[in-house]
Design a protein around this ligand. Structure first.
Ligand code: DQA
Length: 151
């Protein structure tokens, strides 16, 4: 059984009521349900959220130690957390995919959102496709797991 960590940064527990014109009406629990339903056999999805940078970094360390692919929406940390970028490097250098997901398209928004310090070290980035981006990321990661012969 391969475990995929779906990690979410600050304020994302407010999905559903947080700026719905930007982020839509789905909650993080809806996202989790959708991903669990979409996960192919042999792939387990574990979704987590934290407002705390240190916790998010420790989860990336855990991904390295347990060989878990990562789907991550770093939320506002995206734009300034070099510590998160450094921890993300550890994941990809371990040969594990790390897909950066954004519900909105930050490039269509305020200028400070145009910079991602994570994108340059992520395996790939999905942005602007709503919460469907998480499912598309899972589809890619599941394909990588399958081509590696499972986990
Ligand atoms: C976000 C975009 C970020 O700029 C913002 O700080 C978020 C959510 C997104 O999913 O669109 O919290 O990562």
């Amino acid at each position: 059984m391969a475990r995929v960590l779906v990690l979410n940064g600050p304020n994302l527990q407010r999905l559903g009521t947080r700026e719905p014109t930007i982020y839509g009406s789905a909650t993080l629990a809806d996202v989790e349900r959708d991903l669990v339903a979409a996960a192919p056999e042999g792939v387990e999805v574990e979704l987590r959220q934290t407002d705390d940078e240190a916790t998010l970094i420790s989860w990336l360390h855990e991904a390295v130690d347990t060989g878990s692919p990562v789907i991550m929406n770093p939320a506002a940390f995206t734009h300034y957390s070099y510590a998160l970028r450094d921890a993300s490097v550890l994941v990809t250098e371990a040969g594990l995919p790390l897909i950066e997901v954004h519900i909105s398209n930050p490039h269509r928004r305020e200028e400070f959102r145009h910079t991602s310090v994570v994108s340059g070290v992520a395996t790939g980035v999905i942005a602007g496709l709503g919460v469907e981006g998480y499912r598309l990321a899972l589809q890619y990661v599941a394909g990588r797991i399958a081509s590696a012969g499972g986990a």
